[in-house]
Design a protein around this ligand. Structure first.
Ligand code: ADP
Ligand code: MG
Ligand code: MG
Length: 868
């Protein structure tokens, strides 16, 4: 049987999978001779064993950890369950991938009436002993017994009110004893320390499946199968007195990335108080005066940890009677801005290389450079200010609970979630919020950490506001009230809270960001293009680094209000002459639009897809609009109704669309080609270098391509002869039907490029309608029938297999074909990795996604090189 229990002296940071991140790092710190309280770790496979056993601990487990426990007792010189000389434990969760605050921890375990009394005697600090005891009862009741802990909080609140105490610090030993006797009427917990330990280990395993942990894993794509380790560690006590305390620190600023040690501390408090955000902590340099030795040790340790791990660390520490202890280190969560700055700085400091720096930045974080900020020049009437916990500017409707946030957001509103503090139970509300505002808690509180991770704007510790969740109000010092439903704006960069909608400015990039992108460009192989139709979008895309347009959907140009009627008139035309007249008009529009695109994309390829949607999509959808159209066109309304009936389809997604239109109405294609090529020639005359790539959609058969290519070639020959110039252009096809992929070897002979339209390809491979799949995909995900929504992240197994086959077989048939992808997946980092491995030439995505794709493409290359 594999070893289930490891002492801290037996593991290292490379044992994350086995010991969880927390356990592995405690081992590593022990090896570095840093002051870590002794303890041991129960492995993650044990957790899986527990679940496979039908939620039973392996029979031998207790024997195994008792051996470790004996050794810890020897190291500590105290004994678990011994009232004369007690040893208390913390029982902590820790998964291979960090899930901060998502699972359970139980502190001060191994206590009961007799032991509390012994602890009080031994330490001569009864206030402390009974504070520990009541904390244990509360946590055990919450985590193991699943009791109503709000009622227990209320007992404490009521007691303090009766005594007119302001804070917990005023509570004396007798006070806690009184509270404890009330608690004991409310919950039953085992007196036997070993029984407590058994139940706690089990509870930590079970916390792997709490709803909040499940949601977190789903959001972060962490496999359910990993399981958690359990760390059992000797307690040290920050609540021992005024020369004790607990804190959290970051080796660099997690909001800005600035190379400045940054932390928060609470004196005479347990670590849980800092994380929970119950009291607002002090900046960590407050330690300098009160506990200079511990402060120096903290500074030395943080420097050592950062250079050892070669990354920004998030550290938890406790000081007991002036002695410093480290309880945790991990790579710190950080904002997008901070992650870029830290990565670039560390390359400059010689700590990491460019490739490592690229891997340090999450593609999602890149987007925070592209998010709006509150306009610094706009008038702002600030009603309160808090801590700038997570940047960005957000405006929305004030809501006061997570459920409300979900409901109001579902009605199509942006919401600002306002709470006294947040807990992991609020995660579903935080997830949909535009911004988060809390009255309590510091820069390292739950709200702050989670918001930064999600890239959501947040203000914490806004003590100038009194939040009443019950009333649905937040009252500022001057009496201004934010009521449920009011519009509020948060400035996550300054911490300002304002009523109303304050203007935002476009996100600005930084020099560091540009540096990192330039490294990405240096290391990636895939090119990145954008999906764009308008000159504005195209210009934005080019500014963000797009190397051409991978998909210009020409029909978008016809939906514009000044053109749609010409399109409709063309569709409704009864004789050829009338149709030609409207086509000529449409050609003018298309020509002008294309010219603009060539100007913006001078020198770069512009992939233009021929008309794709079924024609009925252009006709008015309701009666009134149809009648109004008849009047505008001087037609009989009956004619329009007739046309709508004639063109109606039972299944438009599989209907008369794509290249099928070109086959039946070659005149439409001729018009488009004249516009595309005519505009290119005009661009040439302007001294530009246009490069159109004409793309045929929804192909199933090489003869379709041949037929349409002929129309295109003849059109081009005619236009170029008129102008007697030559032009660089390509003809290619979308690969978006399974049949096209299966017959790619035949298609190869007729095309110069192939672009995978993975939206339709996914739809047709699965037989899931893109427009209706939303009704059942959530349930499919819940039931684990599918791991991911295939419309979000490319299904590599089946859709990917079709793509691979198409690439391999067409490549064998003909050299020199260019391959790209232009579905939504073109901007999805995991899909991009797949496209890299497949050997595609480019990905194409929405303009704002381009920087993400550049980074993701570089990461794909770096990771592929590591893998090979
Ligand atoms: P999380 O994974 O949610 O951060 P932890 O296991 O780190 O949970 O525990 C939460 C807090 O409990 C820690 O931040 C620390 O302050 C406190 N704690 C954990 N272990 C000990 C210990 N051995 N001694 C004192 N405090 C502890
Ligand atoms: Mg922790
Ligand atoms: Mg399509």
């Amino acid at each position: 049987m594999a070893k289930r229990v490891y002492l801290f002296s037996e593991g290292s940071k490379d044992d994350r999978d086995l010991l969880g991140g927390k356990g592995a790092n405690l081992c590593e710190m022990t090896a570095l001779k840093l002051p870590v309280p002794f303890g041991f770790v129960i492995t993650t496979p044990t957790c899986r064993e527990y679940f496979e056993n039908g939620n039973k601990l392996p029979t031998l487990l207790e024997q195994e950890y008792r051996v470790a426990l004996d050794l810890v007792e020897k190291q500590m010189g105290t004994r678990f369950g011994d009232p004369e000389n007690p040893l208390l434990f913390s029982v902590r969760s820790g998964a291979p991938i960090s899930m901060p605050g998502m699972m359970n921890t139980i502190l001060n375990l191994g206590i009961n009436d007799e032991i509390a009394e012994g602890l009080s005697r031994k330490t001569g600090n009864p206030r402390f002993a009974y504070d520990c005891y009541r904390r244990f009862i509360q946590m055990f009741a919450d985590v193991v017994l699943g009791a109503d802990t709000h009622a227990m909080e209320t007992v404490i609140e009521d007691y303090k009110e009766r005594k007119a105490y302001e804070t917990d610090v005023a509570m004396e030993a007798e006070d806690w004893q009184a509270v404890i006797s009330t608690f004991k009427t409310m919950v039953k917990f085992p007196e036997d320390p070993f029984e407590q330990l058994r139940l706690a280990v089990e509870a930590v395993f079970q916390s792997w499946h709490t709803p909040r942990a499940n949601v977190y894993r789903e959001m972060n794509n962490i496999p359910d199968s990993l399981g958690t380790a359990v760390t059992v560690q000797s307690m040290v006590f920050g609540n021992f007195g005024e020369d004790s305390g607990s804190g959290v620190a970051f080796t660099r600023n997690p909001s800005t990335g600035e190379r400045l040690f940054f932390g928060e501390v609470l004196f005479n408090a347990a670590g849980e108080d800092v994380v929970a955000g119950i009291r607002t902590p002090l900046p960590v340099d407050a330690m300098q005066e009160r506990m200079p030795d511990a402060y120096k040790e903290l500074l030395d340790s943080q420097a050592l940890l950062e250079s050892h791990y070669r990354d920004m660390q998030d550290i938890e520490f406790t000081v007991q009677e002036g002695r410093f202890y480290l309880l945790q280190t991990r790579s710190g969560k950080r904002t997008g801005r901070a992650s870029v700055r830290i990565a670039v700085d560390m390359v400059r400091e010689g700590m990491i290389n460019e490739k490592e720096a690229l891997l340090r930045v999450s593609p999602e974080h890149v987007q925070s450079f592209l998010h709006p900020m509150v306009d610094p020049d706009a008038e702002r009437a600030v009603i309160a200010s808090g801590l700038p916990a997570s940047p960005g500017g957000a405006t929305g409707v004030a809501v006061f609970s997570a459920d409300e946030a979900v409901n109001v957001e579902a009605d199509g509103n942006k919401v600002i979630l306002i709470r006294r503090e947040t807990t992991p139970e609020d995660i579903h509300g935080m997830r949909v919020a535009e911004g988060i505002l809390t009255e309590l808690g510091g820069m390292t509180s739950h709200a702050a950490v989670v918001a930064r991770g999600m890239g959501v704007c947040a203000i914490t510790g806004c003590g100038e506001l009194r939040v009443s969740v019950h009333e649905g109000t937040a009252t500022a010092a001057d009496g201004t009230v934010i009521k449920r439903g009011d519009t509020v704006t948060l400035d996550g960069a300054t911490g300002d809270v304002m009523l109303g909608d304050i203007p935002k400015v476009e996100a600005s990039t930084s020099d560091d960001f540009q540096t990192l992108l330039s490294w990405a460009d240096k290391h990636r192989r895939l090119k990145v293009r954008a999906n764009a139709e308008t000159p504005e979008d195209a210009a934005k895309a080019r500014e963000l680094g797009a190397e051409g347009i991978g998909l210009c959907r020409t029909e978008h140009m016809f939906f514009a209000s000044d053109r749609i009627d010409h399109m409709r008139a063309m569709i409704l035309s009864t004789d050829r002459k009338e149709r030609k007249r409207h086509l000529a008009k449409l050609q003018e529009f298309q020509h002008a639009d294309m010219l603009e695109l060539y100007r913006v994309m001078d020198g770069l390829p512009v992939t233009i897809r021929l008309l794709d949607p079924p024609l009925h999509e252009f006709l008015p959808h309701d009666e009134d609009d149809a009648n109004a159209l008849a009047e505008r066109l001087g037609k009989d309304p009956q004619e329009i109704h007739q046309a709508r009936n004639d063109l109606a389809e039972v299944n438009p997604m599989l209907g008369f669309r794509g290249c099928r239109l070109s086959v039946v109405y070659p005149e439409i294609t001729r018009m488009q080609v004249r516009a595309i090529i005519g505009a290119a020639l005009q661009a040439r005359e302007e001294g530009l270098n246009p490069f159109p790539e004409i793309m045929i959609p929804l192909v199933v058969n090489v003869r379709e391509i041949r037929l349409i290519s002929e129309v295109i070639d003849r059109g081009i020959a005619k236009v170029t002869k008129e102008k007697s110039v030559s032009l660089r252009y390509k003809i290619g096809t979308m690969m978006e039907t399974p049949r096209a992929c299966l017959g790619a070897d035949r298609l190869a002979s007729a095309v110069e490029f192939m672009s995978f339209g993975t939206n339709d390809l996914t739809q047709m491979t699965y037989g899931f309608s893109r427009d209706d799949a939303g009704r059942f995909i959530p349930q499919y995900l819940d039931a684990k029938i599918i791991e991911d929504d295939p419309f979000v992240s490319l299904d590599q197994r089946a859709v990917g297999r079709l793509m691979r086959m198409a690439v391999q077989e067409s490549r064998q048939a003909k050299k020199g074909i260019k391959y790209g992808i232009c579905g939504e997946h073109g901007g999805d980092p995991r899909s991009i990795r797949f496209c890299h491995d497949l050997g595609l030439d480019y990905v194409s995505c929405s303009p704002y996604r381009v920087p993400v794709a550049r980074i993701a493409a570089a990461q794909a290359r770096v990771l592929a090189d590591i893998d090979n």
